[in-house]
Design a protein around this ligand. Structure first.
Ligand code: ADP
Ligand code: MG
Length: 205
C-alpha cells in the first residue's frame, strides 16, 4: 500500500539523518533529536509488516503510539499528538483527496500547537509545517492534485525551515539560549522538512 511505502521511506530518511539532526540539536538543545527520532522510526519500520491490512487512520494511530513510547523528548509527544489528531479526523474518510489531506494536516498542526503551546515564528517544527500546510491548501483550493500540492508544500517547507536560522527560540530547550540560538537551524524544523521532502520525492516517483 502506498501509505506504508511512504512511511518506510520517511523512516529510512530520518534514520539516515540521525547524526545530522543530533548535531543540530547539540548546537541549541541537548543533542538528542536525531537519536530520539531514529529510535522511534526504527520501531515504526520494524512494525510496518504488521500494518498491511490496517486502514490509514489505524496506521497513523499505530505510528503515533510507537513514536510516543519510543522517541522520548518533546518531539516524540509532538509528532505523536499530531498523528493522533490526524487519525481522529481520517477515521470517517474513505479517500485521501487533497481536501482530506488539508483537513488532516490542519488537525495535526492544531495538535502540535496545543501540545507545545507554540505559534509560528518561535523557531520550532511549526515554522516548517505551517507554511508547508498553507502552500498545500492554496494548491488544493485551486483544484490541484496531491502531487502538485506536495510539490508546492515542499518548497515552502524548505524556506520555512531555513527561516528558523535567523530567529531566536522562544519555545523548547533552545529558548534557554534566547538570542544565542540565532544562527542555528531548529532541529525539529529540519526533521519536519525531511519528512515533507521524502513524501514529495516519493510522490514524484
Ligand atoms: P527535547 O527538546 O525534549 O530534547 P527533541 O530534541 O527530540 O526534544 O526535539 C526538539 C525539537 O522539538 C525542537 O527542535 C522543536 O522543533 C520541537 N519543539 C520543542 N518544543 C516545542 C514546542 N513547545 N512546540 C513546538 N515544537 C517544539
Ligand atoms: Mg533534544
Amino acid at each position: 500500500m502506498e501509505l506504508l511505502k511512504i512511511i518506510k521511506k520517511v523512516s529510512e530518511k530520518i534514520i539516515e539523518n540521525k547524526d545530522y539532526l543530533t548535531e543540530l540539536d547539540r548546537e541549541i538543545g541537548d543533542g538528542d533529536h536525531g537519536v530520539n527520532l531514529a529510535r522511534g522510526f526504527e520501531k515504526v519500520e520494524k512494525e510496518l509488516p504488521t500494518m498491511e491490512t490496517l486502514k490509514p487512520f489505524e496506521i497513523l494511530n499505530k505510528m503515533a503510539m510507537l513514536l510516543v513510547s519510543n522517541v522520548g523528548g518533546a518531539s516524540g509527544a509532538l509528532y505523536g499528538t499530531a498523528l493522533m489528531k490526524g487519525a481522529a479526523y481520517l477515521k470517517t474518510k474513505e479517500e485521501m483527496t487533497p481536501e482530506v489531506i488539508v483537513e488532516t494536516w490542519s488537525e495535526m498542526i492544531k495538535g502540535i500547537e496545543m501540545r507545545g503551546k507554540a505559534v509560528l515564528g518561535e523557531k520550532t517544527m511549526l515554522d516548517t509545517q505551517i507554511p508547508a500546510y498553507e502552500a498545500f491548501k492554496i494548491k488544493a483550493d485551486a483544484g490541484a492534485n496531491v502531487k502538485e500540492c506536495f510539490e508546492f508544500a515542499e518548497l515552502k517547507a524548505k524556506s520555512g525551515m531555513e527561516s528558523t536560522k535567523d530567529i531566536a527560540a522562544t519555545k523548547g530547550r533552545a529558548s534557554y539560549l534566547g538570542e544565542r540560538s540565532i544562527g542555528h537551524l531548529d532541529p525539529g524544523a529540519v526533521s519536519s522538512y525531511l519528512i515533507i521532502k521524502t513524501i514529495n520525492d516519493e510522490l514524484k516517483g
